[in-house]
Design a protein around this ligand. Structure first.
Ligand code: NAD
Length: 374
């Protein structure tokens, strides 16, 4: 027996509990589980849907789990993680019952768990398709993070799997629930300042060396997949149009060791059906975050445009001012209501697929230097 065991035995012996050590520990765990099961039962009785987060990285930990403490129509019911220490920490922090904690091997058995209605995929991009399809086969509704997948073919398989299972599929496009971005949509689509004559967007940050986002196999591409997708989205919801053709240009790589397989900086243009040409730029070695429109009778813009909070909006008529809220809480509540009301999500799998199709066209334009029709 080692020192640790001896002193522990001595301690329990002093309490007269040496022989009872194991039952005491499991009784505690059982008691905690009973409390968390009761909590879940209460949420279910209130008509809320249970969400399980798959992949407990930066976004799940920093944004989604905290947002699930603010939601009205759904709650954090479970987790799927490959890291045992995260399972212990999350169980404790969010009071989760043991039976709602899964790993990547027993993930499919989530089908037998009635506490979980929705699975939220927050894994690296190349894992989105597999975990969405397995989740749908387990009979759960799915929210999948952006970009929906790394190929259009994967998007098709994901949409088909959810259709076959009779389950809804939604993409983590949180800005469709953000008041500043919704104001851009209103001003643009309702032509409050007349026709848009010029529109541009940029989203860039400096990426650290060695992260999966720089690995083409895992990320599917570079900043276009990760950040540029917000520019594409912003242009489309502000104009209410989808591009008919794209052109694209890359620039010499500044750090060849860092950018082995993915683009470092990319500029691209989206030609809209009415002839408007949207100018976009994304980079992993610059800093930008804006969405700007100039129309016949005025201008409107966001800068920063795509953050989780602290967005700033301005127009030729003055500043925008909206109350603070959690974009992610709004997004997840809206999906829970879509499921309950049997209405399609406003950010469905089809929208995710549309965007991956545009991304593929932009990459083709980048590689060939040619204008690519959509
Ligand atoms: P992250 O690297 O912080 O987390 C990824 C998680 O996946 C980690 O918990 C990691 O352990 C897990 N994982 C499982 N298998 C893995 C593997 N083989 N390799 C690497 N990691 C593995 O990433 P993140 O920033 O949380 O991003 C996850 C997803 O969420 C991405 O698709 C990203 O685009 C998306 N995201 C969306 C937003 C948004 O605002 N909607 C913000 C950030 C990230």
């Amino acid at each position: 027996m080692n020192d640790h065991h001896q002193s522990r035995r001595k301690f329990l012996y002093n309490l007269g509990l040496a022989g009872l050590s194991i039952p005491i520990i499991s009784a505690n765990a059982k008691c905690n589980d009973e409390t968390s099961n009761k909590q879940i039962m209460k949420q279910k009785q209130e008509g809320k849907l249970g969400i399980a987060l798959v992949g407990l990285g930066g976004y799940a930990n920093g944004q989604l789990a905290p947002a699930l403490q603010q939601t009205e129509h759904c709650y954090l019911a479970g987790i799927v993680t490959g890291t045992p220490s995260k399972a212990i920490a999350w169980k404790e922090k969010y009071n989760l019952p043991e039976k709602n904690i899964y790993n990547y091997e027993n993930y499919d058995s989530i089908k037998d768990n009635p506490d979980i209605d929705v699975i939220y995929i927050v894994l690296p991009n190349n894992m989105h398709a597999e975990y969405t399809i397995r989740g749908a086969k387990a009979g759960k509704h799915i929210i999948c993070e952006k970009p929906m997948a790394i190929t259009v073919a994967d998007c098709d398989r994901m949409i088909a799997a959810c259709k076959e299972a009779g389950k809804q599929l939604s993409i983590g496009y949180r800005l469709h629930f953000d008041p500043y971005n919704l104001e851009m949509k209103r001003l643009g689509q309702q032509k409050i300042y007349g026709e848009i004559k010029k529109i541009s967007s940029g989203f860039s940050f400096v990426a650290q060396k060695g992260i999966w986002r720089l690995d083409k196999k895992m990320a599917g591409g570079g900043p276009l997949m990760d950040l540029g997708i917000y520019c594409m989205q912003g242009i489309m919801y502000t104009t209410g149009m989808e591009p008919v053709a794209v052109t694209a240009q890359t620039f010499p790589i500044s750090d060849p060791e860092k950018f082995i397989a993915v683009e470092e900086t990319l500029a691209w243009q989206m030609e809209m059906p009415n002839g408007l040409i949207a100018e976009c730029r994304t980079s992993y070695s610059e800093s930008s975050n804006f969405l700007k429109a100039e129309a016949e009778k005025g201008w409107f813009e966001l800068q920063p445009a795509f953050n989780y909070s602290g967005l700033k909006g301005n127009t030729s008529n003055g500043a925008m001012d909206f109350p603070k809220l959690s974009q992610q809480a709004k997004q997840m509540d809206a999906f829970a209501l879509s499921i309950k009301n049997k209405q399609q999500s406003i950010v469905p799998g089809e929208m995710g697929r549309r965007d991956v199709k545009i991304i593929e066209a932009i990459y083709q334009a980048m590689k060939t230097g040619k204008r690519v029709m959509l």
